[in-house]
Design a protein around this ligand. Structure first.
Ligand SMILES: C[S@@+](CC[C@H](N)C(=O)[O-])C[C@H]1O[C@@H](n2cnc3c(N)ncnc32)[C@H](O)[C@@H]1O
Length: 202
C-alpha cells in the first residue's frame, strides 16, 4: 500500500471516542483522544493481528488499540516498567490484552536497569514470535527508542507500520523525532496532533 492509498482509506474511517489525556479518563503523559483515534484508524487500514506497544502508562493508547483488536480479533501486547501501568484500561476490552509490567511496586523515579532489562527481555521474546504493528510510547530518549526499534522491527515484515508518539517535540527527554528522521523506510507520515504521531512504513 502506498501513502496516497493509505491516506484515502484512513480518512474514510470513523474512530470511537474513548477519551484520553485532558479529554476524560487518563492522566498526564497519556495520549490525547485525537492521538488514540490516529492509532485506531491506522489499525483499521493495516489490519494487524499482533500489536506490540511499549509504554502502557494509564492505558489511554492501549484502549484505542484494544477497541480495534476486539473488533478485528487481534491481540495487543503492552509493556511497561511501572507496576501501576494499565489503571485506566476499559474492563470490557481486557480480553484482547496481554499486559507485561514490573511485578515489584516501584515509583517511576526508582526504576533500575534490572527492571528495564526484565521488560526488554519480555519485549524481545514477544517480538520474536512476529509483530504486525509496533507503537512506541515508553521512554522517549534516543537510546531507548533506538533500542526498541532495532530489537523489534527485525521480526516485522516489510510494509508493516511503526508508530512513534511525540515526534513534534524536541527536548532533552523527548528525542524520538531524531530517530524518526533518520530511519530509512518505504514511506513516512506525521499526523499533526498536539504531540505529533509519526508513522513509518517499513
Ligand atoms: C508517556 S507514558 C505512556 C502513555 C500511554 N501510552 C498512554 O497513552 O496512557 C510512558 C510510559 O513508559 C513507561 N516506561 C519508561 N521506560 C520504559 C521502558 N524502558 N520500557 C517500558 N516502559 C517504559 C513509563 O513507566 C510510562 O508509564
Amino acid at each position: 500500500m502506498d501513502k496516497s492509498e493509505f491516506l484515502e482509506k484512513y480518512s474514510s474511517i470513523t474512530p470511537p471516542d474513548l477519551g484520553g489525556y485532558m479529554e476524560g479518563n487518563a492522566g498526564g503523559s497519556s495520549v490525547r483522544k485525537i492521538e488514540g483515534q490516529v492509532l485506531y484508524n491506522i489499525c483499521k487500514v493495516f489490519l494487524p493481528k499482533k500489536i506490540l506497544e511499549t509504554g502502557t502508562h494509564h492505558g489511554a493508547s492501549t484502549n484505542y488499540l484494544l477497541k480495534y483488536a476486539q473488533e478485528d480479533r487481534a491481540t495487543v501486547y503492552s509493556f511497561d516498567v511501572s507496576s501501576k501501568a494499565g489503571s485506566s484500561i476499559i474492563k470490557e476490552l481486557k480480553s484482547n490484552l496481554v499486559l507485561k509490567k514490573s511485578r515489584r511496586k516501584i515509583f517511576p523515579n526508582k526504576v533500575t536497569q534490572a527492571d528495564i532489562t526484565k521488560i526488554r527481555n519480555l519485549v524481545v521474546k514477544t517480538a520474536q514470535q512476529g509483530v504486525d504493528l509496533f507503537f512506541h510510547d515508553s521512554d522517549h530518549c534516543y537510546d531507548n527508542a533506538k533500542w526498541e526499534f532495532d530489537n523489534i522491527t527485525p521480526y516485522m515484515k516489510k510494509n508493516s507500520p511503526v508508530i512513534f508518539h511525540d515526534v513534534l517535540h524536541k527536548t532533552d527527554k523527548l528525542q524520538t523525532n531524531k530517530l524518526f528522521d533518520e530511519i530509512k523506510s518505504s514511506w513516512k507520515h506525521v499526523f499533526n496532533t498536539p504531540s505529533g504521531m509519526g508513522l513509518i512504513v517499513l
